[in-house]
Design a protein around this ligand. Structure first.
Ligand code: PEP
Ligand code: MG
Length: 320
């Protein structure tokens, strides 16, 4: 190990030429949030609210939800906290929302779709988020998982407005959302790329299956193109909406550089990855990141994309 690995992230995600890329943390509750704040995360890019209630047979009460969310907000006064509404289903079943008999849970009623079968839970969650946000200094944003159409994005934005939440966004983690990002971003204020699910669905490869790991990498050309399309949609005439990444891709320092080169505005990751991603980002200019993104996009496959980009970033060797 060297100085690069030992350095603590200084809370300033920035390229060598001063292009700011806020580095945020993925958290599952207040305990994680306190750790992430100590690691100098610049905010929370993904609060996985389902993690607060994994052991629950019943919907958490309004007060229980407020307590859970406020614990996170209080760790980040003055900072952005992106709350994701419950992503129940598939790899994260919640008994009060998930039908355990579904034949294809990953393609089933999960995330935002639970509002189709259990109406009211999402509305009550948004009310609890709004109540928890009141009286805290955190800058609270809210986003829905598993959005597949612009109509869903519009419906979610309307529900947020009704709850008094003024900064609605969506996760882009279903290929249909990436392909229609321009329309979707006309309905909401921001998007966050969930590259774990985006990869699983683009490659039709269950993210939990070891034998499919070679397919299941965000370095896949198909995934990089979906990310590129999402950014293009976010910059389309009249949009100009920020796009972050909150999947594991953001925690891979070489891929993080590529993501910045593709035009991603923020990166959210496990707090452990902040220092390595921050250190590598610090060594490249935005123009170099863009050049590496071009290299990755031109590569014939995932292994080549990764190898070619890493060959251009010798600083990675110091990270071990
Ligand atoms: C993702 O899909 O990339 C993501 C961040 O969400 P989760 O891993 O919780 O499904
Ligand atoms: Mg996901």
């Amino acid at each position: 190990t060297t100085a690069l690995t030992l350095a603590v992230f200084d809370g300033n995600g920035v390229t060598a030429d001063g292009h700011l890329v806020p580095l945020l943390a993925n958290v599952g509750g207040a305990k994680d949030a306190v750790k992430a704040a100590a690691a100098n995360a610049q905010g929370v890019g993904l609060l996985r609210t389902e993690f607060c209630f994994l052991d629950r047979d019943e919907e958490p009460t309004h007060e229980e939800q407020i307590t859970a969310y406020r614990g996170v907000f209080d760790a980040f006064p003055g900072k952005k906290v992106v709350v994701r509404t419950l992503d129940a289903g598939a790899d994260k079943p919640l008994p009060f929302l998930t039908d355990a008999s579904e034949p294809n849970p990953a393609l089933g009623v999960r995330g935002y779709r639970t509002d189709f079968t259990s109406p009211g839970v999402l509305k009550r969650q948004l009310a609890a988020i709004a109540a928890a946000a009141e009286g805290t200094e955190a800058d609270v944003w809210v986003m829905a998982p598993m959005i597949s159409t612009a109509d869903e994005a519009g419906d979610f934005a309307a529900m947020c407005a009704e709850a008094g939440l003024t900064n609605p966004g969506v996760m882009v983690e279903v290929p249909s959302a990436a392909l229609t990002a321009e329309t979707i971003l006309g309905k909401v204020n921001f998007a966050s790329l969930g590259t774990n699910d985006l990869t699983q669905y683009a490659m039709a490869a269950d993210r939990q299956l070891g034998p499919l790991a070679a397919l299941n990498t965000p370095w896949q050309p198909a995934v990089l193109r979906l990310i590129q399309l999402t950014v293009a949609g976010s910059l389309a005439e009249g949009n100009q909406k920020p796009v972050g990444v909150c999947g594991e891709a953001a925690a891979d320092p070489a891929l993080a550089v590529v993501l910045v080169g593709l035009g991603v505005n923020t990166l959210s990751m496990t707090a452990r990855a902040l220092s390595a991603v921050g250190a590598v980002l610090n060594t490249v200019t935005l123009a170099e990141a863009q050049r590496l993104a071009t290299i990755a996009l031109a590569a014939p496959n995932a292994l080549e994309a990764r190898a070619q980009v890493r060959a251009e970033l010798p600083v990675l060797d110091e990270l071990g």
